[in-house]
Design a protein around this ligand. Structure first.
Ligand code: SAM
Length: 261
């Protein structure tokens, strides 16, 4: 089924993606909850569980938006510290944890910073907000212990460039993790999911954010995104090893991971 969408040229793609996130930055968190029925929270929890963050780590969350993944990483590190403090004396000389939230859209980052203040994390030195493009990162080679990208890679212009950059900034032993809307194969579930995404999401986008076109485009971009297997092979092509993926909710989302060895 074509659902009546045309191929979108590259410049148009960047413009539409820019529009979506500028138009909906303020509604973004509400829309996420609405459209995934709150499930995106569990998926992000799962991503961070897989990452297994540790105190002192240097982590880069790309397309980090309003900070959802970064907040979870920080929380997880604080949990580890609390646990360790029970039997091990905290070592204050420990290297400072650094969690970079990188996003191309300053509106999204600003909402994230405000959320951080609201959560009492306004003075948190571990959280660093940085405007930047996933395809051309400003971070040094071999500088990060971990790299995450959640619901971000689907909308970039060149997926390969993003993967190459992820590989470049990670140190040897560093882990790449990507959470993304993916492909559902089970027949009946697939039909239901298509109906939901092509009919309901644009309607909710219009109702809540007043922007049907952008949401329609976002749904179409899920279609265009490579299959789980194909995306895994692209991660391998970027140089990663031990590449694997896990489907959640039958492939509605998938978590891909790889190691730079
Ligand atoms: N990771 C966050 C989350 O899961 O809630 C935000 C995901 S949001 C769907 C996608 C984000 O990707 C937006 O904040 C958008 O600005 C950002 N983005 C799009 N293209 C980008 C690029 N080339 N480089 C960095 N960020 C980009």
């Amino acid at each position: 089924t074509s659902f009546g969408f045309k191929e979108v040229p590259e410049e148009e793609k960047s413009r539409l993606v820019g529009n979506v996130f500028s138009n909906v930055a303020s509604n973004y968190d509400v829309m996420n909850d609405l459209m995934s029925a709150g499930l995106h929270r569990l998926w992000k929890d799962r991503l961070v569980f897989e990452l297994n963050p540790f105190p002192g780590m240097k982590h880069l969350d790309v397309a980090g938006g309003t900070g959802d993944v970064a907040f979870r990483i920080l929380e997880s590190i604080n949990d580890v510290k609390r646990r360790e403090r029970q039997d091990v004396q905290e070592d204050d000389s420990q290297e400072q944890t650094q969690i970079y939230v990188c996003d191309i859209n300053p509106h999204m980052l600003n909402i994230g910073k405000k959320r951080a203040i609201g959560m009492g994390l306004g003075e948190e030195r571990s959280l660093i907000w940085e405007e930047g493009d996933a395809e051309a990162l400003s971070f040094h080679d071999n500088s990060m212990d971990g790299y995450t990208i959640a619901f971000g890679i689907r909308n970039v212009t060149h997926i390969e460039k993003v993967l190459d950059e992820a590989y470049r900034v990670l140190r040897r032993g560093g882990r790449f993790l990507c959470l993304e809307l993916s492909h559902v194969e089970a027949p009946i579930f697939k039909e239901l999911y298509d109906y939901y995404s092509f009919s309901i999401i644009p309607a909710v986008g219009e109702l809540v954010a007043g922007d049907r076109e952008s949401y329609q485009y976002l749904v179409e971009s899920i279609r265009r995104f490579p299959s789980q297997e194909k995306f895994a092979s692209m991660i391998v092509d970027a140089g990663f090893e031990k590449v694997e993926y896990e489907n959640l909710v039958g492939g509605v989302v998938a978590i891909h991971s790889g190691l730079k060895l």
